[in-house]
Design a binder for this molecule. Structure first.
Ligand SMILES: [Zn+2]
Length: 183
């Protein structure tokens, strides 16, 4: 029998075990109420299901690394890939305020950025990029998709020479950026 259970799956018989966390007894069989992993307390003869953790939602002050998914007037959306250095597959986005984005380029779509969560408001996850270590970790030339190098607060394409602004992270250029968000 699999160690995983879906709601309604048979977990054990009532002769073997009694119901514990997230289980019910249909008169013959102990079944799971939730999706999770089975855990049997053999001493007390109780069958439990440990509920799978719900999709990872970052908490305030968590560091998130992800791809810029969309740019708006004063904010941009980040498709979250890592929370505190741990991969997340939730497909959730956070919204990052980008004050002054009308005057300068903070990031481009598909840039890899590190942001910090500041609040959960109106059903959205809000983040900031306004700290030295926060910002763009990886980007490419907006003209030719070439490799870029940092020149002050700008990036310059090594292929075509195009220069463009970014809000760069102090960790920009560190290829091991996935580990940067670990705490
Ligand atoms: Zn270029």
């Amino acid at each position: 029998m699999s160690e995983f259970s879906l709601p309604g799956d048979k977990v054990a018989t009532i002769e073997e075990f009694e119901t514990g966390d997230n289980t019910f007894d249909d008169g013959h069989t102990i079944r799971s109420v939730v999706a999770g992993t089975k855990e049997f307390d053999k001493t007390r003869r109780i069958a439990n299901i440990n509920r799978f953790k719900s999709p990872a939602v970052p908490q305030v002050n968590d560091l998130v690394i992800g791809n810029v998914a969309a740019l708006m007037n004063n904010m941009f959306a980040v498709n979250m890939l890592y929370i505190n250095g741990k991969p997340t597959h939730s497909g959730l986005e956070c919204i990052c305020q980008a004050r002054g984005a009308k005057k300068r380029i903070i990031a481009r779509v598909s840039d890899v950025v590190m942001v910090k969560i500041i609040s959960h408001l109106n059903g959205a996850i809000h983040a900031t990029i306004s700290e030295p270590e926060l910002g763009v970790l990886f980007t490419q030339c907006n003209k030719c998709a070439g490799k870029v190098v940092q020149i002050g607060g700008n990036v310059k394409c090594v292929d075509c020479g195009y220069i463009e602004e970014r809000k760069l992270s102090s960790k920009f250029g560190n290829g091991d950026f996935i580990k940067l968000g670990s705490q």
